[in-house]
Design a protein around this ligand. Structure first.
Ligand SMILES: C[S@@+](CC[C@H](N)C(=O)[O-])C[C@H]1O[C@@H](n2cnc3c(N)ncnc32)[C@H](O)[C@@H]1O
Length: 370
C-alpha cells in the first residue's frame, strides 16, 4: 500500500518491507503468545493490501476558513491533515474529496467535527456528519441536496439529535463459499470493517461445526453476521446480543435471507446466563422455551474486552466452542479458563486490520475426553 502519510498518521503503520513481512511478523507474535495452549499450525487469512476498509471515521479539522479530514498523529499530539486514504474502499476514497467540497460550497461546515463513512461492497454509502450545534431546517435542506447530488445517505448528528436524510443503513452482500447473503448494516452499529476478511472468517468458523440436528447457542451476535450463515448447519439457533439496534437489524436480516430457524434475544451475556441459571427472570425470555433446545455447540464473538470469567465458565459447559476474538490479549485470559475443560483443535489468524498491530483470531475448542 502506498500511503503518503506513512510515518505520520496514527491510523496505520505502513511497513517498509511490505504487507507480507508485516503479516508474517504478526503470525510469529501470535504463535508465541498462544504457544502455552496450542502448538499446531495457525491458519492465516490475508486481507487485500489496500482499499480493504468499508467503514472509517475521520476528524474534520478547521484551518482559518477552510476544512480538511484529519487523523491523530502517530507519536505526538495534534493531527495529520488527510486528503486521501488508501485504507478505505474505492467508493469511500472517491467520495471523500467530493463530499468535503460539497460541504464547503453549501456552507454546512460550521461546528462540524467529524465524518464517519459506512459503505457496502457495491458502493451504497451512508455518511454521518457530527456537529457541536443543533441542526435546523436550513441544514436539512442543504444536506438533502448534497445527498441527492452525490447519491449517498446522510445522517446529521448532534447532542440528542439524529437527522436522517434518505435512510440510516446500507445493504451489504457477502459471499461465503457458494452462498450469497444480504445484510442490513445500520449506521453507528457494529459491523465488521473488512468485508473480504469477514467472508473468510464466516467460512472458517462455519466449517468448524459439523452439520447436526442439535441446536446452536450464539453470544454477542450483532446483526447476525455469523448467525445467518450458520443457521443451515443446525436445527435451531438461539442468539443473544446487548444492542437493540443490532438485534432489530438481525431480525430484519433473518427475513432478508429467508432464514426461519433463529431466535434473537436482546440481552447481555451476563443477563442471559443469570436467566438460564434461574438467578433472575426476564420478560425478554418469556417466549423462549430453553428446554426445547439441545445445545452442544456455542459460538462467541465478544468485544475487545473479551468474555470474562463468568461467561467463560458458562461457555465451558458445552462440548464444542468456536471463539472469534478481536483482541488476542483478552482471548489469552479467556483461554486460561476455557482450556481447563477444553482442548484447542484449530486456530486461525484473520488479518482484518492490515498495517496495524491488531489481528482477529479464531479458535475451535473441544471438551477434554470427547
Ligand atoms: C465484535 S462484535 C461482534 C458482532 C457480530 N458477531 C458480528 O460479527 O458483527 C461484539 C458484539 O457484542 C455486543 N456486546 C458487547 N457487550 C456485550 C454483552 N455484555 N453482552 C452481549 N453482547 C455484548 C456488541 O454490541 C457487539 O455487537
Amino acid at each position: 500500500m502506498d500511503c503518503k502519510y506513512f510515518g505520520e498518521c496514527g491510523a496505520c503503520r505502513v511497513y517498509e518491507n511490505g504487507y507480507e513481512a508485516q503479516l508474517n511478523e504478526k503470525l510469529q507474535i501470535n504463535k508465541e503468545r498462544f504457544a502455552p495452549y496450542f502448538s499446531g499450525d495457525i491458519s492465516v487469512y490475508k486481507s487485500l493490501d489496500e482499499h480493504y476498509r468499508a467503514r472509517s471515521e475521520f476528524k474534520i479539522w478547521h484551518i482559518d476558513d477552510d476544512i480538511s479530514y484529519a487523523m491523530n498523529h502517530i507519536d505526538k499530539k495534534g493531527v495529520v491533515l488527510i486528503d486521501e486514504c488508501p485504507q478505505v474502499n474505492e467508493y469511500i476514497a472517491a467520495l471523500m474529496p467530493q463530499l468535503l467540497s460539497a460541504i464547503k460550497v453549501n456552507d454546512i461546515d460550521f461546528k462540524l467535527f467529524g465524518a464517519d463513512f459506512l459503505s457496502s461492497s457495491s458502493g451504497e454509502i451512508v455518511v454521518s456528519l457530527l456537529y457541536h450545534r443543533a441542526l435546523d431546517v436550513v441544514w436539512q435542506e442543504k444536506a438533502k441536496k448534497i445527498a441527492q447530488d452525490l447519491n449517498i445517505y446522510i445522517i446529521g448528528r448532534s447532542r440528542k439529535q439524529k437527522v436522517i436524510i434518505g435512510q440510516d443503513y446500507i445493504t451489504e452482500t457477502l459471499h461465503v463459499n457458494n452462498d450469497v447473503y444480504k445484510f442490513k448494516y445500520i449506521e453507528n452499529s457494529f459491523t465488521q470493517p473488512n468485508p473480504r476478511v469477514n467472508e473468510q472468517m464466516i467460512a472458517w468458523a462455519a466449517a468448524k461445526f459439523s452439520d447436526t440436528q442439535d441446536d446452536l447457542l450464539e453470544l454477542y451476535c450483532g446483526a447476525g453476521n455469523f448467525t445467518i450463515p450458520f443457521a443451515k448447519k443446525f436445527n435451531k439457533v438461539l442468539a443473544t446480543e446487548i444492542s437493540k439496534s443490532s438485534i432489530n437489524a438481525a431480525k430484519a436480516n433473518m427475513h432478508l435471507n429467508d432464514v426461519h430457524n433463529i431466535e434473537f434475544v436482546r440481552m447481555s451475556v451476563e443477563e442471559f446466563v443469570d436467566a438460564l441459571e434461574g438467578v433472575r427472570e426476564f420478560r425478554r425470555m418469556k417466549d423462549i422455551d430453553i428446554k426445547n433446545y439441545t445445545i452442544n455447540s456455542i459460538f462467541v464473538d465478544p468485544p475487545r474486552s473479551g468474555m470474562g470469567e463468568y461467561s467463560c465458565k458458562f461457555a465451558s459447559r458445552y462440548n464444542h466452542i468456536v471463539y472469534i476474538s478481536c483482541n488476542p490479549q483478552t482471548l489469552l485470559d479467556d483461554l486460561d479458563i476455557l482450556c481447563k475443560t477444553h482442548d484447542i483443535t484449530d486456530m486461525a489468524l484473520f488479518d482484518q486490520f492490515p498495517y496495524t498491530h491488531h489481528v482477529e483470531m479464531g479458535v475451535k475448542l473441544i471438551k477434554k475426553g470427547l
